[in-house]
Design a protein around this ligand. Structure first.
Ligand code: AMP
Length: 399
């Protein structure tokens, strides 16, 4: 297994200590109500453990993009309310426009062992996303121990997950972080084979390094979504008005060649659902992937392709999926993504969903509990699949 060489909450003693925990409470809100609490629930095991061990638990997180100033609609106050209910004890919200201002300091000062305080949105401070020194020091001044459990931001070096660790002696990762790295790391470094990766989404350019890295690891690489038309065009097909990145035609050919050289089966679509407009009201028809007429665009994989992809998943022992197969936000172009989600739900393979759109699709379809692991971090899991070291993980103390 890709062993985590970082200290975790199991390696420390927090009794009587002030523990600052960076969580990922970046939840969707509508009119002040939390519409998906997956990330809050995912943070509970670490928080409960620290409470049980007698720590003074100070939680922090960002929420949305307030761009460095207080925005009441992006306050973490609703998270404190929900968290209190989920934990069955009061989570005191330290309302403070400076995040670590007089209110936050007073709230922490008054804490007893086992108490929980939630700080205000860390991105109310402009330094946060710049990994600035002053805010990092302020955060560190609140605590004796730092725990990073925010996988969703682990690919970013910000004050609240990286900067702060420079000014505390003890910095470890939490259970969620440990779990994410275990599943993603195991899948990539030590997969049970056959190992199949499915990539979709809009652009080849945003997934170059992922394709390149996965070709070193997988037995089969499946490519759908808007990305596939650049491959089809590179191989001489007609893609009509489909999404195309002219600058990546050679790259696509290089990847086809690399797959051949590595003995990796590269599965590209054989048919497409083509539309005469980028709209759910468009006229549609199923056409061969390499014969998309001028004026038409491929907005989903076709039924033959969906069957082919589902078949490839059936014999797999490990499957990693990142990115939708089509414009699944429009019901007319959601069938390909649904078919892949269903195939993953019905296999005995280890199934890992790389966050973002694929996670949303799987959950919307009610297949969430059929997957081995659904990552809480889209961007972070993608960078992990690229083989990059995540700064948020690197900053924790080594074992
Ligand atoms: P990404 O953020 O790169 O993972 O891309 C996700 C987006 O890709 C979704 O919003 C999809 O609607 C879009 N997408 C998937 N397939 C296509 C396609 N064939 N043409 C255009 N956009 C697509």
């Amino acid at each position: 297994m890709a062993a985590l060489n970082k200290k975790t909450v199991d390696d420390i003693n927090v009794k009587d200590k002030r523990v600052l925990v960076r969580c990922d409470f970046n939840v969707p809100l509508q009119d002040g109500k939390i519409t998906d609490e997956t990330r809050i629930v995912a943070a509970l095991p670490t928080i409960k453990k620290l409470i049980a061990d007698g720590g003074k638990v100070i939680l922090c997180s960002h929420l949305g993009k307030p761009k460095g100033e207080p925005k009441p609609e992006l306050s973490l106050a609703p998270v404190a309310v929900r968290l209190s209910e989920l934990l069955g004890q009061e989570v005191k919200f330290a309302a403070d426009p400076e995040v670590v201002g007089p209110n936050a300091k007073a709230a922490v000062e008054a804490m007893k062992d086992g108490d929980v305080v939630l700080l205000e949105n860390t991105r109310y401070r402009a330094e946060e996303t710049k990994n600035g020194e002053e805010f990092s020091k302020e955060l560190a001044s609140l605590c004796d121990v730092f725990v990073n459990d925010a996988f969703g931001t682990a690919h970013r070096a910000h004050c609240s997950n990286v900067g702060v660790t420079k000014y505390v002696d003890i910095a470890v990762v939490g259970y969620l972080m440990e779990k994410e790295i275990k599943f993603l790391g195991n899948a990539v470094e030590n997969p049970e084979r056959p190992f199949v990766a499915i990539l979709g989404g809009s652009k080849v350019s945003s997934k170059i390094s992922v394709i390149n890295n996965l070709l070193e690891k997988v037995d089969t690489l499946i490519i759908g979504g808007g990305m596939c038309y650049t491959f089809t065009k590179a191989q001489g097909g007609n893609v009509g008005n489909s999404l195309l990145e002219e600058d990546y035609l050679q790259y696509a050919l290089d990847m086809v060649k690399k797959a051949e050289e590595k003995g990796v089966k590269l599965l590209l679509p054989v048919d497409a659902v083509a539309a005469d407009a980028f709209s759910n009201d468009a006229n549609t028809k199923v056409v061969a992937q390499n014969e998309i007429p001028d004026g038409w665009m491929g907005l989903d994989i076709g039924p033959k392709t969906a069957e082919m992809f589902a078949d490839a998943v059936k014999s797999a022992k490990t499957v990693v999926w990142n990115g939708p197969m089509g414009c699944f936000e429009m019901s007319k172009f959601a069938d390909g993504t649904k078919a892949v989600a269903e195939a993953l739900a019905n296999t005995d393979a280890v199934t890992i969903i790389g966050g973002g759109d694929s996670a949303a699709a799987v959950n919307q379809l009610g297949y969430g509990d059929k997957m081995t692991h659904i990552s809480t971090g889209g961007g972070a899991s993608l960078e992990f699949l690229e083989g990059k070291e995540l700064p948020g993980v690197a900053a924790a103390n080594d074992k």
